[in-house]
Design a protein around this ligand. Structure first.
Ligand code: ADP
Length: 626
C-alpha cells in the first residue's frame, strides 16, 4: 500500500460517515487517481504517480488527492468489478470528486462506466492510453487526456540506430493477443510493413527460461525488441521490468524497449515512454479543469511522453556511435566528471594535493638551501682543517728541520768518508759500497720526511680509503718523534697485535692523531713539574666492530669545567693556541661515524679516546652489488 493509500485509509477511518460539509468546513477540490494496476507494481507506475502528485501539489491550491488501485491485470470478471463499483460508490458517497485521473485504458473504461453512480459530475482526464485505444472509442464530452503512440516501426528504427546493417529483429514479450495495451496487440499487424531488408523473428509467448536461452545465441546483425512480459510462462507473475532484467542477463544482442524505466534494467534504449511526463501532463490537464476550463475545451492529443532515450553504458557495450542515434536523443547515465559527482571530496583531494605540492616545493627549496649550506660548511671546515694542519706543521717545523738535518748530516759525513776512501791507494770497494748504501738510506729517510710533510699539507678533498690504523699511528709517531724528543718526552706505542682496518680519509685521521699527540706534549710541558714525561698511543679492538686509538699523557689532566668546552671552536688555554684542533678532530671523527672523548686519568694526566667503526668490508661489498 502506498503512503498515500495508507494516509487515505486513516483519513477514511477518522472521518467515517462525517462529511466535511456537515462539519462546516469548506470543501477543497478533490482529485481521484484511478490506477488500472497498482501504483506499487513497478517503477513505471510509481514514477508516474510521483510526477502527477508533485505537479498537483506544486499548484499550491487546497486539494484532496485520493488514489484507487483497481488491480485489473490480476483480478478480473464481472463479480470483482461489481464489488469494486459498490465499494467505491459507498466510499465516495459523501466525498464529491472534481476530476478523476485514470491511468491505463482499463481504468478509463471503468471510470466512464461508473461515473454516473460514483463520481457524477466529475471530469475525467486519462493518461497512459495508446492512441489506437482512444480512436476506437467515442469519448463523452467530460473526458480528455493525452495519448501515447507506440509503433513497432519506431522500435525497428531505434534498432537500426543501435545495430548498423541490421538484418533481423527478434520480438519478445507476452503473446500479442494477451497484451494489455492495444498498441502491443497491434504489433502483430505491423510486422508485414517492416522493411523487406529486415527479417522479423517472433518469439512472443515463450516461457522466460526458454526465451533467455534463445536470446543468448542470436545472430550478429540482430536486435531484440522487448514488449511486456507479465508471467514467467509457468504461472508465476512477473513484472515487465523484472522480465527485461532477466533477459538482459543472457542476451547476446542489444534490447530495444519503449518504457524508460527499463533503461536501468538492461535495455539499451529506444523510443521510450516517460512515466514522469505522462503523470505530469495528466496533472496539468486536471489543474486546468480545476481552474474552470471545460474538458470539452481541451482536445484529446498525442502527448509528449515518447522520446528517444538511450543508456550510455549500453551504447558503450554495443559500440554505438552517438551520431547515429535519432536526432534529439537523450543519453542517460553518462558518467559526469568526477568533480561533478563528488564536488566536496574532489575539492578536498585537490586542496590536499595542492598543499602537499607546496610542502614538497618548500621542502625541496629547504633541502637545496641546506645542501648548499652543508657544502659551504664542508668547504670551510676543509679549509680550516688545512689551516690547522699548516699550523701543526709550523709547530713541528723545528723537529722536521731536525729530522731532515739528521740524515743530511749523515749524508755529508758519509760523503766525506767516501772521498777519503777513494783517495787511498788500495781501494776498499766493499767499504765504499757500504758507505754509499748508508748515503742512499739516509737520503731515503730525508725524502720520506718531506713526502710525509707534503702529504699532510695537501689541500685535497677528503677521500676515504681502506686503511690500517696501526700503520697510520706509526706514521704519525715518526712525524712527531722529533717534537717529543725536543721536549724530552718519552713517546711510546702500544699497538694491537691484530690489524685494525677502517674505511677513512688517511690525511684527516693523521691530523686527528697528530693533534692529540701534540696536545699531550703541550700538556706535559704545561705541567712543568711532572716527573714522568710520557705520551703513549694505544690502539685496540673493542667488541667486534669498533677500533679505539687512545692517547695517554702525564700532563695536568682535564679540569671538569674544560672537559666539554675544549671541543668547542676557539677554546684554548694556550697563549699561541688557535683552539681549533679538538673541534676539527671531533668534526672529522663524527664524519667517520665515530666518537671522541677526553677523560682525566686516575694517576694524573689525560687520555683522549677516538673510537671508529671497523671496516665491514663484506657489508660494503654487498651494498655495492645490491
Ligand atoms: P689549542 O691546542 O690550539 O689550544 P685545541 O682545540 O687542540 O686547541 O685544544 C683546546 C684546549 O683543550 C687546549 O687549549 C687545552 O686547554 C685543552 N687540552 C687539549 N688537550 C689537552 C690535554 N692532553 N690535557 C689537558 N688539556 C688539554
Amino acid at each position: 500500500m502506498t503512503a498515500i493509500a495508507r494516509g487515505f485509509l486513516a483519513f477514511v477511518l477518522l472521518n467515517h460517515f462525517v462529511p466535511l460539509a456537515v462539519r462546516g468546513e469548506t470543501l477543497p477540490k478533490s482529485v481521484l487517481v484511478i490506477e488500472e494496476a497498482d501504483a506499487n507494481r513497478g517503477p513505471y507506475y510509481t514514477t508516474m504517480f510521483s510526477a502527477l502528485r508533485a505537479r498537483l501539489y506544486a499548484s499550491n491550491r487546497p486539494l484532496s488527492l485520493y488514489i484507487e488501485n483497481l488491480d485489473l491485470p490480476f483480478f478480473e470478471g464481472p463479480e470483482y468489478e461489481e464489488t469494486l463499483e459498490q465499494f467505491l460508490a459507498r466510499k465516495y458517497r459523501d466525498r464529491p470528486i472534481d476530476v478523476v485521473i485514470t491511468i491505463g485504458q482499463g481504468a478509463l473504461r471503468r471510470a466512464i462506466d461508473w461515473r454516473s453512480q460514483i463520481w457524477s459530475g466529475a471530469a475525467i482526464v486519462f493518461a497512459d492510453v495508446t492512441d489506437d485505444a482512444i480512436e476506437a472509442r467515442n469519448l463523452p464530452a467530460y473526458v480528455t487526456g493525452r495519448t501515447i503512440k507506440l509503433r513497432l516501426e519506431d522500435m525497428v528504427e531505434a534498432a537500426h540506430a543501435i545495430v548498423p546493417g541490421l538484418e533481423q529483429v527478434v520480438i519478445v514479450g507476452a503473446p500479442f493477443d494477451s497484451q494489455a495495451a492495444i498498441a502491443f496487440k497491434r504489433f502483430a499487424n505491423e510486422i508485414p510493413a517492416i522493411s523487406p531488408n529486415v527479417k522479423v523473428a517472433d518469439l512472443t509467448g515463450l516461457p522466460i527460461a526458454e526465451l533467455s536461452k534463445r536470446v543468448s545465441a542470436l545472430p550478429e546483425k540482430s536486435a531484440i525488441l522487448y514488449t511486456p512480459i507479465y508471467s514467467d510462462g509457468n504461472g508465476a507473475q512477473l513484472l515487465p521490468a523484472e522480465a527485461v532484467t532477466r533477459l538482459a542477463e543472457t542476451a547476446n544482442r542489444p534490447i530495444i524497449a519503449n518504457v524508460e524505466t527499463y533503461i536501468d534494467r538492461g535495455a539499451v534504449g529506444g523510443y521510450m515512454l516517460s512515466p514522469a511526463i505522462t503523470g505530469d501532463e495528466a496533472a496539468g490537464l486536471a489543474l486546468q479543469i480545476l481552474d474552470g476550463v471545460q474538458p470539452s475545451q481541451i482536445p484529446v492529443a498525442v502527448g509528449n511522453s515518447l522520446r528517444p532515450v538511450f543508456n550510455w553504458t549500453g551504447l558503450q557495450r554495443w559500440g554505438v556511435d552517438e551520431s547515429s542515434l535519432p536526432p534529439g536523443s537523450e543519453i542517460r547515465n553518462r558518467p559526469s566528471p568526477i568533480w561533478r559527482q563528488y564536488p566536496a571530496q574532489t575539492a578536498i583531494v585537490f586542496a590536499v594535493v595542492l598543499l602537499q605540492s607546496l610542502f614538497i616545493v618548500a621542502l625541496l627549496y629547504e633541502h637545496r638551501r641546506r645542501r648548499r649550506a652543508e657544502l659551504e660548511v664542508r668547504a670551510r671546515s676543509n679549509e680550516l682543517a688545512h689551516v690547522n694542519r699548516r699550523a701543526t706543521a709550523g709547530e713541528l717545523s723545528a723537529s722536521i728541520a731536525h729530522e731532515v738535518n739528521q740524515p743530511l748530516g749523515a749524508i755529508l759525513a758519509n760523503t766525506e768518508v767516501c772521498e777519503m776512501l777513494i783517495k787511498k791507494p788500495d781501494l776498499d770497494v766493499q767499504l765504499i759500497e757500504e758507505v754509499l748504501g748508508d748515503i742512499k738510506s739516509e737520503n731515503y729517510r730525508a725524502s720520506e720526511v718531506i713526502v710525509r710533510l707534503q702529504r699532510l699539507m695537501r689541500r685535497a678533498e677528503p677521500q676515504k680509503e681502506d686503511i690500517e690504523l696501526n700503520e697510520l699511528v706509526k706514521d704519525v709517531l715518526k712525524f712527531v718523534a722529533g717534537q717529543a724528543g725536543a721536549h724530552e718526552i718519552d713517546l711510546g706505542e702500544e699497538l694491537s697485535a691484530e690489524p685494525l682496518r677502517v674505511h677513512a680519509d688517511p690525511i684527516q685521521l693523521q691530523q686527528v692523531v697528530m693533534n692529540l699527540i701534540l696536545n699531550a706534549i703541550d700538556a706535559i710541558c704545561e705541567a712543568a713539574s711532572s716527573s714522568v714525561r710520557r705520551v703513549v698511543v694505544r690502539t685496540r679492538q673493542m667488541g667486534s666492530d669498533v677500533a679505539e686509538i687512545a692517547v695517554f699523557d702525564t700532563g695536568p689532566g682535564i679540569a671538569a669545567d674544560r672537559r666539554m668546552r675544549m671541543f668547542e671552536p676557539f677554546f684554548t688555554t694556550k697563549p699561541q693556541g688557535m683552539g681549533m684542533g679538538l673541534s676539527i678532530a671531533r668534526t672529522i671523527i663524527q664524519a667517520h661515524g665515530g666518537a671522541i672523548r677526553a677523560e682525566s686519568r686516575d694517576g694524573g694526566g689525560a687520555v683522549f679516546r677516538v673510537q671508529l667503526p671497523l671496516d665491514d668490508v663484506e657489508g660494503r661489498k654487498n651494498q655495492r652489488t645490491r
